[in-house]
Design a protein around this ligand. Structure first.
Ligand code: GLU
Length: 462
């Protein structure tokens, strides 16, 4: 059975890069009928961990990922860590180190004078004497002292670390007894039965240390997949300056959860040249062995394109419901279907869609000056006036096609190109050029409102 986990340090929100590794972990567990666990790495007690966990669960809920079982909080497991530290002391795989801060500083200085990496020299490793007075010891684990430690990584292949470069007998418990990061991660992963660790490759340098803990405690080493970072267009690690990092901000900006997940699954993973993945397809196809070796590039246009795709394919019922989050209430609008159909093809986000809808529903206050100069030529007033009259005369005007007929008849009779009517009419109705089909706009606002907007435009522009 595959057991994966997502193990965020509490920051109060779910980071977009975190969601990607959570997604990878979720997909791999679920694809194999396994378990996806959530662990809050909150040994740093200063932060509000409940809130952070809630923020993560809320974001998971929004995107539709769910963790299995109870949330594990490291802050509540101190007794367990103590027990394992005792075990290691007992078996002689860890030991108390009484080195004072001054001694440690002196050692570091000597090493840096020799241009060596700062590294504990193991002086208390086999200490049997009487401990010095007044020093609260730390507990160090016995790590290999030389040779090569190999990490078998599912993404990067075998990585050989020279022990001298990466390890020393590192501290597993501080002098106040609190356990250290790499120790608790390894203990928890083992006790939670995690078989497969999928995480950012910024953690790769921790892995040898965690392996030392695994081996000392006789745990089975899990499979590791270290996922390359997400970079911005300049090739630097994604940061707040590049846009939103909080997953819930994406909801506020009007991204659909399925678009965000589709976007994230393709950041660092691919299946041929396929771009669109439903959750079902992700579950059928995702394999961490196919994660790319190089960093992926965050590309807003791609996200917008995907979001546009999912908006276009979203039911109008769901869209109407989602738009309520953008203060747009359409449930009682009798032309809701035409309205949503007219804009869903051309919206990048729900926020964008709401703005476009408002532009249709509200008469323009101002008219784009450049567009006026371009499209509101001398004959425009006359054409619009005739058109407004034709709308009065027409009997049945409901559908976009009804309005289209009136427009077509008019340009035919007047012997003018479609644009001679279309462009000034667009300006009158929307205040600018561009936007959805005019016949739809008129069907949505109705003939009376269309005429009112025409009159207003003529009065204000001419
Ligand atoms: N808590 C770590 C972080 O938020 C992740 C630890 C891990 O996945 O092993 O970066």
């Amino acid at each position: 059975m595959i057991v994966t986990r997502f193990a965020p340090s509490p920051t109060g929100y779910l980071h977009i890069g975190g969601l990607r590794t959570a997604l990878f972990s979720y997909l791999w567990a679920k694809r194999n009928g396994g378990t996806f666990l959530l662990r809050i790495e909150d040994t740093d007690m200063a932060r509000n961990n409940e809130e952070a966990a809630l923020a993560i669960v809320e974001a998971f809920k929004w995107v539709g990922l769910a963790h299995d079982g109870e949330i594990t909080y490291q802050s509540r497991r101190m007794d367990i860590y103590k027990e394992y530290i005792e075990k290691l002391l007992h078996s002689g795989k860890a030991y108390r180190c009484y080195m004072s801060k001054e001694e440690l500083d002196a050692l570091r200085e000597e090493q840096s004078a020799r241009k060596e990496r700062p590294r504990y020299d193991g002086r208390y490793r086999d200490f049997t004497g009487t401990p010095p007075e007044g020093v609260a010891p730390v507990i160090r684990i016995k790590a290999p002292q030389s040779g090569v430690l190999s990490v078998h990584d599912g993404v990067k292949g075998r990585i050989d670390f020279r022990v001298e470069d990466i390890l020393d007998d590192f501290i597993i418990a501080r002098s106040d007894g609190t356990p250290t990061y790499n120790f608790v991660v390894a203990v928890d992963d083992a006790l939670m039965g995690v078989t497969t660790v999928i995480r950012g490759d910024d953690h790769l340098s921790n892995t040898p240390k965690q392996m030392v803990v695994y081996e000392a405690l006789g745990f089975k080493i899990p499979e590791f997949y270290h996922v390359p970072m997400i970079h911005n267009a300049e090739g630097k690690k994604l940061s707040k300056r590049d846009g939103a990092t909080d997953v819930m901000m994406y909801r506020e900006m009007g991204y659909l959860p399925e678009a965000l997940l589709n976007f994230l699954v393709r950041l660092g993973w691919s299946h041929g040249d396929q771009e669109l993945f439903s959750m079902k397809e992700m579950l059928a196809l995702f394999n961490p062995a196919d994660i790319n070796k190089s960093a992926s590039i965050y590309n807003t246009e791609k996200l917008d394109w995907l979001n546009g795709h999912y908006i276009k394919n979203c039911s109008n019922d769901r869209l109407a419901q989602l738009l309520e989050g953008f203060e747009l209430f359409l449930s009682s609008h009798d032309k809701r279907e035409i309205l949503l159909d007219a804009v869903k093809e051309r919206s990048k986000t729900l926020a964008d869609m709401a703005a476009q809808i408002r532009e249709i529903l509200q008469a323009p206050e101002v008219y784009d000056e450049k567009a006026v100069a371009k499209a509101f030529k001398s004959e425009a007033t006359e054409v619009l006036e005739v058109f407004a009259m034709r709308l009065c005369d027409a009997r049945e005007l409901h559908l976009p096609s009804d309005y289209h007929q009136v427009m077509e008849a008019l340009v035919g009779e007047m012997g003018i190109g479609f644009g001679k009517l279309g462009q000034p009419l667009r300006l009158a109705l929307l205040g600018k050029l561009g936007g959805p089909g005019l016949d739809s706009v008129m069907a949505i606002i109705g003939a009376d409102e269309t005429r009112r907007r025409i009159e207003k435009a003529i009065a204000q522009i001419v």
